[in-house]
Write a protein that binds this ligand. Structure first.
Ligand code: ADP
Ligand code: MG
Length: 325
């Protein structure tokens, strides 16, 4: 057997549960469930940009799949199948074993089958395509946020950005905070159960990968029409983050981590105010905090308030929305 096929067999071939024909042929075969649509998304992870050259291969494996699963979560889709195209500079067995352990731990956690891919030589580059099922017409999208909607976020924001800042020696964190922030950075937990539960409740949804302001900006743009530009007012002190960070909320770099830090993979969604009770019960059932951080209006911009004071936001990532207005 060629080295390439031996490698695929050893590191990337596992049994599958929802696939008719998996790795080994020229294409995989999957069954589309009646009354469902397939949601498809792809994300590339490049060494030096999305992860450090010497990052733990386990974490690279976990995260390269997790960020794709997060796109299914934000669409309200149930992730089912993934393909993995990988360029490797060399065959390093220890690296591959650890990478595939991280990838498959994430796949098992979210019951995703790896059904194919491509393997070539090149500088380390990982491209995952994910496919998921959603009942026809029930997908959540960035569009359809309504004026007066509440804006909600899951979990806490800024952990991953703080973890990265810690690794870059830009901030100091206690040991407990390091655990939380580095885990958030290296092994993000896509909010699949939440996305599914929001199908009938949210008007619009996006996952926060580029920072809250940037991603909420995308949601507002998608929900705007030529005559009515959607905007948002956010209460900075309502945004959930580490307790020790909250006490430093007036510091610009802390505000930056919360508002514009990337890699959170929490969901930001909008829902009518009459859904508040339902969402509080849902948070309890999912064991995941859901926090109301503001509301949708028609100002065509994002206003961030801290104790009745308008903050001037200069962070990058806000630009996209500024251009659209
Ligand atoms: P082809 O020559 O038809 O493109 P390949 O030699 O690239 O086929 O791949 C052989 C089989 O292994 C295919 O089923 C492909 O989907 C699968 N495969 C290749 N690389 C990977 C990978 N990194 N992860 C999962 N499956 C892979
Ligand atoms: Mg091929």
């Amino acid at each position: 057997m060629s080295t390439e096929f031996a490698l695929i067999k050893e590191y990337f071939t596992r049994s599958t549960s929802s696939t008719d024909l998996s790795i080994g042929d020229d294409a995989a075969l999957i069954q589309v469930k009646k009354g469902h649509q397939i949601a498809v998304s792809t994300d590339m992870s490049v060494v030096g940009i999305h992860f450090f050259q010497h990052a733990e291969p386990y974490d690279i494996g976990w995260k390269s799949l997790a960020v794709n699963i997060s796109d299914m979560a934000s669409m309200g889709a149930n992730p089912k199948w993934a393909t993995l195209s990988i360029a490797l500079p060399e065959i390093n067995k220890a690296w591959l074993a650890s990478f595939s352990a991280g990838f498959f731990d994430c796949a098992d956690t979210f019951q995703v089958d790896l059904i194919g891919g491509d393997t070539t030589r090149g500088s380390l580059n990982i491209n995952v395509t994910i496919m998921g099922e959603v009942p026809t017409g029930k997908a959540l999208t960035r569009a359809h946020a309504q004026t007066g909607d509440d804006i909600w976020v899951s979990g806490s924001l800024g952990h991953a950005a703080l973890g990265l800042a810690f690794l870059q020696e830009k901030v100091k964190l206690s040991t407990d905070e390091q655990d939380i922030c580095l885990r958030a950075l290296h092994q993000p937990q896509p909010r699949v159960s939440l996305g599914l539960a929001l199908q009938e409740i949210a008007h619009s949804c996006i996952d926060i990968s580029d920072g809250l302001l940037a991603d909420l900006g995308h949601l507002l743009t998608a929900s705007s029409s030529q005559t009515a530009m959607k905007g948002a007012t956010l209460q900075l002190d309502m945004i959930p983050c580490l307790a020790s960070i909250k006490t430093r909320i007036h510091e610009p770099h802390v505000q930056q981590a919360i508002l514009a830090g990337g890699d959170d993979y929490e969901l930001c969604f909008t829902a009518a105010p009459n859904q508040r009770e339902t969402l509080i019960v849902m948070a309890d059932q999912l064991g995941l905090s859901l926090t109301r951080i503001g509301h949708i209006n028609e100002t065509g911009k994002i206003d961030v308030m801290l104790n009745d004071v308008h903050l001037t936001i200069t962070q990058k990532g806000y630009d996209h929305f500024a251009k659209a207005t």
